[in-house]
Design a protein. Structure first.
Ligand SMILES: CC(C)(COP(=O)(O)OP(=O)(O)OC[C@H]1O[C@@H](n2cnc3c(N)ncnc32)[C@H](O)[C@@H]1OP(=O)(O)O)[C@@H](O)C(=O)NCCC(=O)NCCS
Length: 425
């Protein structure tokens, strides 16, 4: 690995720290030579304080058991009817895979546990056919899984569910992974399969919004390679239900998992939720969130000290950037109409959302607002982030003389000696 790879990885860490990734492994991936590397990748995720829950299938093992025994399973992917004999095969195969994963975790000094966190009910009689031991997920015992994650234990979850009477039902592992990801409010759901992502004809689909993915399923379903349709369907379901990013990656490729998670150039398919993003004028109720955003900057002396009351008093000057209706960045714009200038201040992006272009968008927005408000020059004062405003925002270094008189007075009194930057509008 190159040092630049490590830098790339570290850029993503603050956003994912203390969040959970649900990794769904096809049974075939657990038997692949690359599984040892995947375990190392999981060790790395854990060392970065990213929680990992592993969901796995066992279709590959069931097919092999069937070949060896001559017994014909009623289905191998947990979606059709499951008779009593197939249920037994599924339990044996799943236990075998769970055990192999636990062995792998032990070999890498990670603790893992198999639990009864998946509560299931019979799928029932569908279009006149009794699906017998095929189940559907009723709910996930979230407290149980969270309890394990809090203790640094990797939950290992096969595609089997239990009901309150102690009956076992066979489930589809891709669907279980969606439910687990929803229950744990996972930052990512990552499917590791034996396909190189989802293909439309011969073209690999790289990044799709959930709307685009749904559109393809509706209109071009026949062109998606078989075996990849259900993954894409589950990805859409997860993204619709609040999992921000779902990745479908080839689990047999070395570094595939890390490349997918920690770079902009993943190797598989990414389905992302339609994030609601917007810049809007702040309201009084945002004062608390703005204060929380700027507090670290005030403590490190990058930002001028302001109290919550100061912010509330000037709330009309503030703007916030929402992601899913939560302010993750802010900016203030103060006008000096007497000199046809405006000052952009308090540009702060929550560290978990840095390097996504939000800071840049706020600067552009401030420029547009300042111009629309009649300003001919935009000012900005900075002690530590001036490079950002120069290099990314096109600001020039000026002298304090560029400040309007009333602002100059406050500047001199503060003794902060901030760099004064200006941009002609
Ligand atoms: C500076 C800040 C606003 C940038 O926000 P952001 O949303 O991460 O910025 P963007 O995503 O639009 O731009 C990221 C680019 O700016 C660069 N950048 C970030 N901070 C920088 C800095 N201090 N100096 C130079 N470049 C910087 C990044 O390296 C990245 O470069 P790339 O596009 O070449 O990879 C944000 O890091 C922040 O809130 N910092 C702390 C508070 C602060 O200093 N505010 C300024 C006081 S007014």
């Amino acid at each position: 690995m190159r040092l630049t790879d490590l830098r790339e990885i570290l850029r993503y860490v603050p956003r994912f720290r203390d969040r959970v990734f649900v990794i769904a492994l096809d049974g075939a991936v657990v038997e692949d030579d690359n599984f040892a590397n995947l375990l190392l990748d999981i060790v790395l995720l854990r060392s970065l304080r990213i929680g990992v829950a592993l969901v796995h299938g066992a279709g590959h093992q069931i097919r092999r058991m069937a070949e060896q025994s001559g017994q014909v399973p009623s289905n191998t992917d947990g979606t059709g009817l499951t008779d009593a004999a197939t249920l037994q095969m599924a339990i044996n195969a799943a236990n075998r895979v769970t055990h192999e994963i636990l062995e792998g975790l032990s070999a890498n000094d990670l603790r893992g546990a198999y639990s009864n966190a998946v509560v299931a009910h019979p799928a029932g009689i569908l279009q006149g056919v009794d699906f017998q031991f095929t189940g559907r997920v009723e709910r996930i015992d979230t407290a149980l899984l969270e309890g394990l994650l809090e203790r640094d234990i990797v939950p290992v979850i096969p595609a089997l569910g239990l009901d309150g009477e102690g009956h076992t039902f066979r489930l589809n592992s891709d669907a279980v992974a969606v439910e687990v990801a929803k229950a744990l409010r996972a930052a990512k759901l990552i499917y590791l399969s034996t396909h190189k992502g989802v293909h439309l004809g011969s073209q690999l689909l790289r990044q799709l919004s959930v709307d685009e993915a749904e559109g393809i399923l509706r209109t071009q379903r026949a062109e998606i390679a078989s075996g990849q349709v259900s993954k894409l369907e589950q990805a859409v379901r997860a993204a619709r239900d609040g999992v921000p990013r779902v990745h479908i990656v080839d689990g047999r490729v070395e570094e595939g998992l890390l490349a997918e998670v920690f770079s902009n150039e993943g190797i598989g398919t990414l389905v992302h939720a339609n994030e609601y993003q917007a810049i809007r004028k702040a309201q009084k109720k945002d004062a608390r969130a703005i204060f929380a955003l700027i507090k670290p900057g005030m403590e490190s002396d990058e930002l001028l000290r302001r109290s919550r009351a100061d912010i509330e008093r000037q709330i009309d000057d503030y703007y916030v950037f929402d992601v899913d209706r939560t302010p993750v960045a802010c900016m203030a714009l103060h006008f000096f109409p007497e000199v046809e200038k405006a000052e952009m201040a308090c540009v702060v992006v929550d560290p978990r959302y840095e390097n996504q272009g939000i800071g840049g968008r706020l600067v552009q927005y401030a420029e547009a607002q300042a111009r629309a408000g009649g300003a001919r020059e935009l000012l900005c004062l900075s002690t530590q982030a001036y490079n950002f405003f120069q290099q990314k925002g096109g600001f020039q270094v000026a002298t304090p003389d560029a400040l309007p008189p009333s602002r100059r007075e406050r500047y001199d009194r503060s003794g902060r000696n901030s760099l004064v930057l200006t941009k002609r509008l």
